[in-house]
Design a protein around this ligand. Sequence first.
Ligand SMILES: [Fe+2]
Length: 196
Amino acid sequence: MSKPKNTAAVMDRARPLDRQQAHEIQAFGHTTRMPNALSQNVAKQSVENLNQVLADTSTLRDLYKKHHWQVAGPTFYQLHLLFDKHYEEQNDLVDQLAERIQSLGGVSIAMAPDVAETTIIPRPPKGREEVPVQISRLLHGHEIVLKEARSMARQAAEAGDDGTNDLLVSDIIRGNEKQVWFISQHLVDVPLVKAD
Ligand SMILES: [Fe+2]
């Protein structure tokens, strides 16, 4: 003889347990110890530095998407594609930075309002701008990232955090330098059809 089933209880098992709330498991700014043979002080300093580069890289990434959408003029198509390519590359850097922060025991900055409050790249206007202004804005953003990444890379190397140094040098610095080359060449005033 089968047991009588409590139909209501069975049905309730299918209900998604949504709207749950609890305390955070780790506060922003707190670095938890990871078994990675780095001292807490070194990990904490790297997390702090990486969060600044993360906020600025997120901003630069979004600036590329804004310009991908809003670009105008005879070079529209090539810049539309180039800006999106750089957006994708910056997006990959954002992920690498955030995952490095987590692997060091930190908490990575993530949401737009937190990025806005942390970045040192100036906020652009909401409206559209001319191509030379768009590119100048991007170049300024790159220089901010490059300047901080170089000094943070040296700091990480001196502290023995080789993984952070490698990410900053191999990915952030070299990636940004290459993008600077690609976009800065659009501001070189050479004749389009007839040589001077
Ligand atoms: Fe698109």
